[in-house]
Design a protein around this ligand. Structure first.
Ligand code: XBP
Ligand code: MG
Length: 261
């Protein structure tokens, strides 16, 4: 039975509810700034979220709405430029404090550190989005809380491919059985399970109806002592909210019954 040594967190939708009022708004501001009449409303963006990665999402949109543009010889450069503008707008939203951490995230991170658990990040988003979120939400030393930040284009295959979790495990020097992944989406769950990681899912507005088969627990968030979580699957946390004790319980459950010596 492996002891729980590290937590590997997804970012978008898990640490903060970044998609509807963050990334989506940044994409639309970049389109407008570029003189494009493209607009992703909440519903359309929810459909486009089936693809991870902002550049990949723009490409999916073009395939659906402007397939002719995909044949332009400079389309990859135009997508990269558009995504760069989007990232600039997203970072401005973060710096303005427009995207707070989800309830319970700061508390759980502090509890995990106090319990000696190592922290890592495995995300599809752009690395600068991660460092800016951590700095603006946790303060100047927020970045130091995480031993590993595996993000964005550092791997060629993004979620649901397991590559970003493999990278995080390799940099931690840990086996999957010594860790627990925290995710928010079916793509993220598939990526974590693909890397052999037991996974706890905290859903949000865009992901609550997705298929989370294989997760060790599915909840509507991390909760707080005065704001208990709703459990969709798995053993409810004894305290009513996600804490180190409940993470350790789920981690043990994921390993199955203790094997006879
Ligand atoms: C979510 C994603 C990212 C963001 C947009 O990442 O798929 O692509 O939607 O960020 P995760 P970029 O849930 O793995 O944190 O535009 O920088 O890709
Ligand atoms: Mg996510």
């Amino acid at each position: 039975m492996d002891k729980l040594s590290a937590l590997i967190f997804d970012v978008d939708g898990t640490l903060a509810d970044t998609e509807r009022d963050g990334h989506r708004v940044a994409f639309n501001r970049a389109f407008e700034e570029s003189g494009l009449d493209w607009y992703w409303d909440q519903a359309r963006y929810g459909e486009l979220l089936r693809v991870t990665g902002g550049k990949e999402r723009i490409r999916l949109y073009l395939a659906e709405a402007h397939p002719d543009l995909l044949r332009a010889p400079d389309i990859e450069a135009r997508i990269r430029a558009l995504h760069g503008a989007k990232t600039r707008h997203y970072l401005a939203l973060l710096e303005a404090g427009a995207i707070p951490l989800r309830p319970g995230v700061r508390r759980l991170l502090q509890e995990a550190r106090a319990a000696g658990l190592r922290l890592a990040i495995a995300t599809t988003t752009t690395p600068e989005n991660v460092t800016t979120l951590l700095r603006t939400a946790l303060g100047a030393d927020g970045l130091q809380w995480f031993e590993v930040i595996a993000a964005g284009d550092i791997v060629s295959a993004k979620k649901p491919a397991p590559d970003i979790f493999h990278l995080a495990l390799s940099e931690l020097g840990l086996a999957p059985a010594a860790c627990l992944a925290l995710e928010d989406s079916a793509n993220g769950l598939r990526a974590a399970l693909g890397a052999g990681l037991p996974t706890v899912v905290t859903t949000n507005g865009y992901t609550r109806d997705q298929d989370f088969s294989g997760a060790v627990a599915v909840l509507n968030g991390f909760g707080e002592p005065d704001a208990p979580v709703t459990v969709q699957a798995g053993t409810p946390p004894a305290s009513g909210h996600v804490d180190v004790a409940s993470l350790k319980t789920w981690h043990q459950e994921a390993q199955g019954p203790a094997r006879a010596p």
